[in-house]
Design a protein around this ligand. Structure first.
Ligand SMILES: *[C@@H]1O[C@H](CO)[C@@H](O)[C@H](O)[C@H]1NC(C)=O
Ligand SMILES: *[C@@H]1O[C@H](CO)[C@@H](O)[C@H](O)[C@H]1NC(C)=O
Ligand SMILES: *[C@@H]1O[C@H](CO)[C@@H](O)[C@H](O)[C@H]1NC(C)=O
Ligand SMILES: *[C@@H]1O[C@H](CO)[C@@H](O)[C@H](O)[C@H]1NC(C)=O
Length: 177
């Protein structure tokens, strides 16, 4: 029983390590933070101190009967024209995600009921993620690089699997001998 608990703990730690790394890699942005997708919010101000990277997600939360999320080009973004959309990101529930899977400018507006004229327009540039800084060739950096890589999933997962197999061997295989 304690061994099974330990095995479960090892697997949980491995999953957490993997989850932590993917969370660093892709960010989910709630558009407007606690004001969500609503009129009279300045989304230029909301976006201006942020960097949006390839593979991030935008999460739109809004009143589904009044607004939507339509991707348009720059001209139609400026004029609030949703007649020629590039994409319709609305799925009908008032909870939409936009996967930022292209490095480009995205122009997103609400195409209903004047929402766009009341400020429901978001323009962002999706950039390539920055490369991690190259480690400088001195001792303290080398040590830090080792510490980080020791917790990387490609290290943790094989160790966890190895440990789990060892524990299963003890628990399951030996009793049948
Ligand atoms: C939003 O804020 C920006 C920067 O302060 C400003 O230039 C812009 O006119 C504002 N937009 C609206 C719709 O008020
Ligand atoms: C956006 O699309 C409209 C047609 O809906 C077109 O007239 C306009 O030139 C396009 N603007 C850009 C910047 O591509
Ligand atoms: C966008 O797609 C949703 C779900 O398919 C649909 O209900 C809605 O009418 C569409 N909106 C526009 C403007 O095309
Ligand atoms: C990006 O995602 C959209 C919608 O999920 C999809 O239609 C499109 O093919 C994707 N583009 C690339 C370059 O992966």
């Amino acid at each position: 029983m304690p061994r099974i608990a330990l095995m479960a703990a090892v697997v949980v730690v491995a999953c957490l390590a993997a989850g932590l790394v993917s969370e660093v890699a892709a960010k989910k942005w709630t558009v407007g933070n606690n004001k969500f997708w609503n009129p009279n919010v300045n989304y230029t101000v909301w976006a201006q101190d942020k960097h949006f990277y390839f593979d991030d997600w935008l999460y739109f939360v809004y009143e589904r009967n009044q607004y939507n999320v339509i991707e348009v080009n720059e001209t139609n973004y400026i004029s609030c024209n949703s007649d020629n959309p590039i994409a319709n990101w609305s799925r009908g529930s008032g909870r939409d995600v936009v996967h930022l899977n292209v490095t480009k400018h995205y122009y997103l507006i609400s195409g209903y009921g004047g929402g766009c004229y009341a400020g429901m327009k978001l323009s962002i540039l999706v950039e390539k993620p920055p490369l991690p800084p190259a480690p400088a060739p001195n001792k303290s950096n080398a040590r830090r690089a080792f510490t980080v890589s020791a917790f990387a999933p490609q290290f943790v997962i094989p160790v966890a699997v190895f440990a789990a197999i060892g524990l299963m061997w003890d628990n399951v295989v030996l009793p049948f001998w």
